[in-house]
Design a protein around this ligand. Structure first.
Ligand code: PBG
Length: 325
């Protein structure tokens, strides 16, 4: 039946009917709050391209986790911004290192908040690549051992979930087996499965001080042109026992989220990355777009595309709005 019998506007007439027919509901439980943890005491360095995002020492990070807990956001994700880096990544594997100390402090003070950690070498290596380097080659298999030991160090500190973001081949299987052998068979892995070599990571690299000193990440992160290959990556990670698969970035890759959602029967996460955050803020600060509105629209679109959960620097802002409703 067509117009005039069919009038879609009937179901848009008022807020009550619109709420009744709403298909997608963003909820606080869907949000993961990323944080940048650094050495020292009382450190709270603003990230210039990301308003309201800071590099935080552990004591300051605890204050932010308290806010996260108050908003009922279930999980934080920790990135390390260490004062010292080297060429081996061993600083990131130390059992009493920055991230293990942060995990212990957060779990002790806020046991109700889940802690996930980034497992990758770029924050810990002087040259900023995600794996060990020989000449100008980013080594794959040699990197797996370091990543595995990093994951185990986090598990020993009590992490609730690890999240490898390096894009080395075979890392999910390697980390799974290392965790299992160390007695952490219950620790889940969220795999950055379809992670694209994206310009939208620009502000993150300022926040994490992880810009590659030579070359770029196209030798391990995916070509933005490739959709079928994203499914291949996802299925490999599922076969290697990933518990959750992730698509990253989110907004320019909604089709990938949708295709992945149809392909797998495990939860799908999406990373609403730093550049997506910075764009909306910049437009807002110029008076060009309304921040809360474009934020909720973006997050809802990511969920509508098929993401079960969203890593987003907007987590607190969105949770405040959701909790008010
Ligand atoms: C590095 C990593 C990156 C992000 C998460 N982990 C940056 C990169 O690959 O260069 C980006 C997150 C963001 O932009 O918000 N392993």
């Amino acid at each position: 039946m067509a117009f005039p019998e069919n009038r879609p506007r009937r179901l848009r007439a008022n807020p009550l009917i619109r709420a009744m027919v709403r298909e997608t509901h963003l909820r606080t439980e869907n949000l993961i709050h990323p944080m940048f943890v650094t050495d020292g005491q009382g450190v709270r360095n603003p990230v210039s391209s990301m308003p309201e995002v800071f590099q935080l020492s552990i004591d300051e990070a605890l204050k932010e986790v308290e806010e996260v807990a108050g908003l009922a956001i279930p999980m934080v994700n920790l990135f390390g911004v260490p004062g010292k880096k080297d060429l081996t990544g061993e600083i990131g594997c130390a059992e009493d290192g920055l991230i293990p100390r942060a995990i212990r402090a957060i779990k002790k003070a806020f046991p109700q908040v889940l802690v996930m950690t980034d497992v990758c070498l770029c924050d810990w290596l002087t040259h900023g690549h995600c794996g060990l380097v020989r000449g100008d080659v980013v080594l794959n298999d040699e990197t797996l051992d370091v990543l595995s030991r990093m994951a185990v160090a986090h598990a020993r500190a009590g992490v609730d979930m690890v999240s490898p973001s390096d894009m080395m081949d075979g890392r999910i299987g390697a980390i799974r087996s290392a965790l299992d052998h160390a007695g952490f068979g219950h620790t889940p892995i969220m795999a950055y499965s379809a992670k694209f070599a994206s310009g939208f990571y620009g502000p993150f690299r300022e926040a994490a001080q992880s810009t590659p000193q030579f070359g770029d990440r196209s030798g391990y992160q995916m070509d933005p042109a490739n959709g079928r290959e994203a499914l291949k990556e996802v299925l490999l990670d599922v076969a290697e026992s990933a518990d959750i698969v992730m698509v990253k970035p989110a907004l320019a890759y909604l089709d990938i989220i949708w295709r992945v959602r149809r392909e797998v029967n495990i939860p799908v996460a999406a990373y609403n990355v730093s550049g997506e955050y910075a764009m909306l803020w910049a437009a807002h600060q110029n008076g060009w777009m309304d921040l809360d509105r474009t934020m909720m629209e973006s997050l809802t679109a990511i969920k509508r595309a098929g993401a079960d959960m969203i890593l987003t620097y907007f987590a607190r802002r969105a949770a405040r709005l959701l909790n008010q409703r």
